[in-house]
Design a protein around this ligand. Structure first.
Ligand SMILES: NC(=O)c1ccc[n+]([C@@H]2O[C@H](COP(=O)([O-])OP(=O)(O)OC[C@H]3O[C@@H](n4cnc5c(N)ncnc54)[C@H](OP(=O)(O)O)[C@@H]3O)[C@@H](O)[C@H]2O)c1
Length: 308
């Protein structure tokens, strides 16, 4: 069942992973929790030096200490990827301290589930998601890619979602921002490959993490654990495929393009039946968002920006 749902992807052969990451510098964004934390631990266990990036400095320090305690090499670099100045400082710090990176795992992300009619007064939903999920990684890569390309080798792994293959309703801000970076990676890939830098996009189905937890219906659905998802990322690091995506997302995307009417009808039905749950979820997470450090300031800035 889990295999059929694309939830039981194999991990890497340990020797292949070690060959790919041992002695290499692997930057993982969003390494303070979930998929990023699990990936960082597994890469460090295979001999990679991991650079841990996220906002929560204490969590990053704890992950670094735990990696070091079992003999791994890790450095914590707290930074807010929605802040252009912070990214510039992060790039300077990484180049000065590590001389550059061999691998970037673009994993930090922000998701928002909110129907469009609940977002009429919330343009900042769109700026917040685009800042973290698209503009932040692009800015980071503009700083790190010159070194990777000059050395003639490197790997960019983008952590994305099956939602870019089959976009469900109620996730417009999240999916538009994830799709934007997905398009960036696809367009950049031939340019980067010409200089020895490979790219991989991973379209994850449900992974049970802090990100998916606020959506009550997800807790009842089968999904991967963060460790299982980390093993999928490690397999991608070992074998460097262009795309990792469950079969049903790829087939569903093709069928949706060829025969849009049944898919549109099913998604409209889904929206009608889940609209009230989405609105309840919206009310529940609005408080959490307000409590998130910096969000209020970001909202004010976003709204000021929107008004200009
Ligand atoms: N969970 C799923 O079902 C699922 C499915 C498909 C794809 N994904 C993707 O998987 C990736 C990881 O998500 P997850 O499920 O592991 O969720 P998670 O546990 O909530 O991790 C999100 C990570 O992103 C970091 N982050 C958020 N905003 C940031 C910012 N402004 N600057 C720097 N770091 C930031 C968070 O750290 P701080 O809060 O400390 O900054 C955290 O480490 C995301 O890109 C998500 O879109 C998840």
């Amino acid at each position: 069942m889990r295999t059929a749902l694309g939830l039981a992807w194999p991990g890497p052969d340990p020797r292949a992973l070690r060959a790919a990451v041992a002695g290499r510098t692997v930057l993982v964004t969003g390494a303070s929790s979930g998929i990023g934390e699990a990936t960082a631990r597994q890469v460090a266990a295979a001999g990679g030096t991991v650079l841990l990036v996220a906002r929560t400095a204490e969590r990053l320090a704890a992950v670094r200490a735990e990696i070091e305690a079992v003999g791994g090499a890790a450095f914590d670099h707290p930074a807010d990827l929605s802040d252009p100045d912070a990214i510039e400082a992060l790039v300077d710090e990484i180049l000065a301290r590590h001389g550059g990176v061999d691998v970037v795992v673009n994993n930090a992300g922000r998701s928002i589930r909110r129907p469009v009619d609940a977002a009429y007064q919330r343009f900042h939903d769109y700026t917040r998601t685009i800042d973290v999920n698209y503009l932040g990684p692009v800015r980071l890569l503009l700083g790190l890619l010159p070194g990777m390309r000059a050395r003639g080798r490197g790997h960019l792994v983008n952590i994305s979602t099956v939602g870019v293959d089959l976009p469900p309703p109620q996730w417009t801000a999240y999916l538009a921002s994830k799709s934007a970076f997905e398009a960036w990676v696809r367009a950049a890939a031939p340019e980067l490959r010409a200089d020895g830098v490979r790219t991989t996009s991973i379209h994850f189905p449900l992974v049970h993490t802090a990100m998916s937890a606020p959506t009550a219906e997800f807790s009842r659905l089968p999904g991967m654990s963060a460790d299982e998802a980390g093993a999928v990322v490690c397999r991608a690091l070992a074998y460097r495929p262009r795309l990792v995506s469950p079969w049903w997302a790829r087939v569903g995307g093709l069928i949706g393009d060829a025969l849009p009417a049944p898919l549109d009808a099913a998604l409209t039905r889904y929206h009608r039946t889940t609209r009230s749950a989405a609105t309840a979820h919206d009310a529940a997470t609005a408080g959490d968002e307000a409590a998130t450090a910096g969000d209020e300031a970001a909202t004010a800035a976003d709204e000021a920006g929107a008004a200009r």
